[in-house]
Design a protein around this ligand. Structure first.
Ligand code: GMT
Length: 377
């Protein structure tokens, strides 16, 4: 395929949209495209120099009149400059707010630029902000002025249609996982360091926002029979962390909960675990669940949003209603107590991750989508 000049805008934090955007950018560069990434800080997965990738930092200056410094305007300015100088073929924004609007504004300011805008919807940009009267119309405008709209699951596509009565084309391209990094590992030293020598390990990774219901992981832990001797590993950080820590103390299980914070080598920790637990209230896809499956770790999660498109109930894990900590605990206990079941689900999860959500396949799907847009010009 001919080399393309591709801009990518995303949030730089540990959230799934930033991870997907960066991994996509790196993979596109490896396939010979020129990639320009825009954000207000270096994305967590772009820690080092990568051939073919240029990072454009967007800095927002403050001014006494600004109660809210306008990041979107600063981003649009940087996008316009790179769009014009580098003659971007594609500007692919991840998370509609404010990125889709910034891309539109940048192209309008450029005048002569024929850059095609692609917007990937990741979740709360539709399910929360898309239903908020303050943002609804402006998000809808952004989608209507994108040449392509991508949703990460069938469920999110339907949410988008319902929220905006959106009749345009939506391509569903799911999240993906790099099977070279997210794979089963037998690393006894890591497992031992995490406490796995004398405990069974339950892992949860998230940004600790309230919709992740991290407190339910503690509720599940305290419901497990003592014979499992389970230790809960909490990876990530966010607003609910102090509350979860407090809950663990109040329930007398603090010595069986380890807060690992935000870490770069998530795959290493996840693959050391026996079960991955996601009691979330809403999830458009559930990248962390996919990463756990790819590592050969059976998933116990809630039956919400796009999660059933990722985790097959009874095959690669178990899904239960939101807040049903008894059922979640029963499934975690079943997996901890039944080595044969656990091994079967582990193998099924690895196979499903590789067959349905592989990085090369999804990168090719993006390339094909970009090529389609360029052919339409
Ligand atoms: O939408 C969000 O809450 C933020 C976003 C993020 O940056 O982590 O998460 C969403 O995008 C991920 C990547 O596509 C999905 O795997 C997550 O399921 C999704 N989160 C929600 O829908 C809550």
């Amino acid at each position: 395929m001919t080399s393309m000049r591709i801009g990518i805008a995303c949030y730089p934090t540990f959230g799934g949209s930033g991870v997907m955007a960066t991994e996509l950018g790196l993979a596109l560069a490896d396939r010979g495209h020129q990639v320009h990434i825009f954000s207000y800080a270096r994305p967590s997965r772009l820690s080092a120099y990568h051939h073919g990738v240029e990072f454009h930092n967007v800095s927002v200056s403050s001014y006494p009149l600004f109660q809210y410094p306008p990041y979107d305007l600063a981003l649009a300015s940087v996008m316009r400059e790179v769009m014009a100088d580098q003659k971007l073929d594609i500007l692919h924004v991840h998370y509609a707010v404010p990125h889709a609007l910034c891309a539109y504004l940048a192209r309008e300011m450029c005048g002569s630029c024929s850059t095609r805008i692609v917007t990937t919807l990741h979740g709360t940009d539709i399910t929360i902000l898309g239903r908020d009267p303050s943002y609804r119309d402006v998000i809808c405008f952004g989608l209507e002025h994108s040449e392509a709209v991508i949703s990460v699951s069938d469920w999110l596509e339907q949410q988008t249609r319902d929220a905006f009565d959106f009749k345009g084309r939506i391509d569903v391209v799911p999240n993906f996982v790099d099977a070279k990094r997210f794979r089963p590992r037998q690393d006894d030293a890591v497992r031992k360091e995490l406490g796995g020598d004398d405990h069974r390990l339950i892992v949860h990774t998230s940004n600790f926002r309230s919709l992740k219901r991290v407190a339910d992981t503690v509720e599940v832990l305290r419901r497990l029979p003592a014979e499992h001797n389970a230790l809960l590993l909490l990876v990530g950080d966010g607003p609910d962390q102090p509350h979860v820590r407090d809950l663990a103390v109040r329930h007398g299980v603090a010595d069986r909960v380890r807060f690992l914070g935000e870490i770069e080598n998530v795959a290493c920790v996840v693959s050391a675990a026996d079960v991955a637990l996601f009691p979330t209230e809403s999830e458009s896809f559930g990248l962390s669940a996919l990463e756990a499956m790819a590592c050969g770790v059976p998933v116990v999660a809630t039956d919400v949003g796009g999660l059933p498109e990722v985790v097959v109930h009874g095959e690669t894990g178990f899904l239960h209603p939101v807040g049903d900590c008894d059922a979640l605990a029963a499934s975690v206990g079943r997996l901890l107590g039944d080595a044969e079941l656990s091994a079967r689900m582990s193998a099924a999860g690895v196979a499903r991750a590789r067959e349905n959500f592989s990085l090369p396949t999804m990168v090719e799907r993006h390339e094909q989508l970009y090529a389609r847009l360029l052919a339409e010009v």
